[in-house]
Design a protein around this ligand. Structure first.
Ligand code: 13P
Ligand code: SF4
Length: 352
C-alpha cells in the first residue's frame, strides 16, 4: 500500500521559509516505492513520478479501478501503480475474478481485449490504443477462414497475442505459459493428431519439440523483439559471462531456445529465478523484465542484453493517469465477435 503520509510530510517541509526550514535531510516521498525503482529513476526524477503515482492512486479509489501490469512494463509502473502483475495467462485469469468496475491495462491492446472479453460489463481502459503487437498484426480473421478451408476439420489454436476477430475464428486460445498443455488437450478431446497453431511460427516450432506425436501447422508470424536474438548472441553471452544461466522466451527462434538452459513464459522465467536462484542469469526476452525480476533477487547477477518492445513502452504513468481522468480509451468489442472469441479464451482457461 502507498504511504501517502510520507509524501504529505515532504510537502509540508517545502512550505517553510528557507531560514526556518528544519536541518534534517529531505524525506524522500514514497520512499518504500523509491527503493524498488532506485536503479532506474534518479532522486531528481522521483518527485515528478510521485505526482502521477499519487494521482493514479486517488483516481483508482474514486472509480473502483485496478491496474493490471504485464511483466514487461517499465519498473516505475510495475513497482508502483500496478495492482496485479504477471504474464499474459495470469492477467487473463485475474481479469475473470478481479473485483473492480474499471480495469486499466498496463500492457498491449490484445491483453486489454482479453480482459474485456472476460468482463463485458466492466470498463476496460487502454492508456494508448497504439500499443499493439507484431504477432497480433501478422494474421487476420480472413486468413484463418482461408486456412480452415485448406485444412478442413483441423482444430485452430491461436496464441492469445491476436485480435478478438482472430480469436473469434479459433477453437482455442493458448499463451506461452500453457501452449503445450492446450495442444495436448485439444488433440485428445478432438481425437486428432494435426493442429493449426497460429500465428507465432517460433512458438509453434518450440512447442512441436515437446509434442512429436502431434503435427503442428504453423503461420509466419514473429515477435519483433524475440526474433532478433540469435544463437551467436547466446554463445557470446556464455563466453563473456562464464557460468551464466540462459533463460529464453518461447517466442525466440528454436535455435535460440535450443541454446538456452530453460524456456518459459515471462512468469516461467521469473519462477525459475525464484526457485533455482542462479548466481548469474540472463533473460532472453524484453529487457524491462530483468529489471522487474531483479528487484526481488538482489543476490542474483542479471546480465542484461536490451531488446525493448516499442508497444509496451507506449504505456506511461502520465497516460495511465490520463486514462483514469478521462475514462478513455475504452476497449469495445462487437458483441457478435466477442461471444465467439470469449469461447476460445474460456476453453483455454478451463484447461488446468
Ligand atoms: P507472456 O505470456 O510470457 O507474458 O508473453 C507475452 C508476450 O507478449 C511476450 O512477448
Ligand atoms: Fe508482441 Fe513481441 Fe511486444 Fe510481446 S514483446 S507484445 S509478442 S511485439
Amino acid at each position: 500500500m502507498l504511504d501517502l503520509n510520507v509524501a504529505a510530510r515532504a510537502e509540508t517541509t517545502e512550505d517553510y521559509a528557507p531560514d526556518l526550514a528544519p536541518a534534517a535531510a529531505p524525506v524522500m516521498p514514497l520512499a518504500h516505492l523509491y527503493e524498488r525503482v532506485s536503479k532506474h529513476v534518479t532522486p531528481a526524477e522521483w518527485p515528478l513520478i510521485v505526482r502521477d503515482v499519487e494521482a493514479i492512486e486517488r483516481l483508482k479509489k474514486q472509480h473502483n479501478a485496478v491496474v493490471l501490469g504485464h511483466n514487461y512494463q517499465a519498473p516505475e509502473i510495475f513497482n508502483t501503480v500496478a495492482d496485479i502483475v504477471g504474464d499474459s495467462l495470469a492477467l487473463a485469469r485475474e481479469a475473470v475474478t478481479v473485483d473492480a468496475d474499471v480495469i486499466v491495462m498496463a500492457g498491449v491492446h490484445f491483453m486489454a481485449e482479453t480482459a474485456k472479453l472476460l468482463n463485458p460489463s466492466k470498463t476496460v481502459l487502454m492508456p494508448d490504443m497504439e500499443a499493439g503487437c507484431s504477432l497480433a498484426e501478422s494474421i487476420t480473421a480472413e486468413d484463418i477462414r482461408l486456412l480452415r478451408r485448406h485444412y478442413p476439420g483441423v482444430p485452430v489454436v491461436t496464441y492469445v497475442n491476436t485480435s478478438a476477430e482472430v480469436k473469434a475464428e479459433s477453437d482455442y486460445c493458448c499463451t506461452s505459459g500453457n501452449a503445450v498443455k492446450v495442444v495436448r488437450a485439444v488433440a485428445k478431446e478432438w481425437g486428432v493428431n494435426r493442429i493449426l497453431m497460429l500465428p507465432d511460427e517460433y512458438l509453434a516450432r518450440n512447442v512441436q519439440k515437446e509434442v512429436p506425436e502431434i503435427e503442428l501447422i504453423a503461420w509466419k508470424g514473429h515477435c519483433e523483439v524475440h526474433e532478433r536474438f540469435t544463437p551467436q548472441d547466446i554463445r557470446d553471452l556464455r563466453e563473456n559471462h562464464p557460468g551464466v544461466v540462459v533463460l529464453a522466451h518461447p517466442e525466440c527462434p528454436p535455435e535460440v531456445v535450443a541454446a538456452a538452459d530453460y524456456a518459459g513464459s515471462t512468469a516461467g522465467m521469473a519462477d525459475y529465478v525464484r526457485d533455482e536462484k542462479p548466481a548469474r542469469v540472463v533473460l532472453i526476452t524484453e529487457c524491462s523484465m530483468a529489471d522487474n525480476v531483479a528487484v526481488n533477487h538482489p543476490d542474483v547477477e542479471f546480465v542484461r542484453p536490451c531488446n525493448l518492445c516499442p508497444h509496451m513502452r507506449r504505456i506511461t504513468l502520465p497516460n495511465i493517469r490520463r486514462a483514469l481522468e478521462t475514462m478513455g480509451h475504452q476497449v469495445e468489442i462487437d458483441p457478435a465477435v466477442a461471444d465467439r472469441a470469449r469461447l476460445a479464451v474460456e476453453r483455454m482457461l478451463a484447461i488446468r
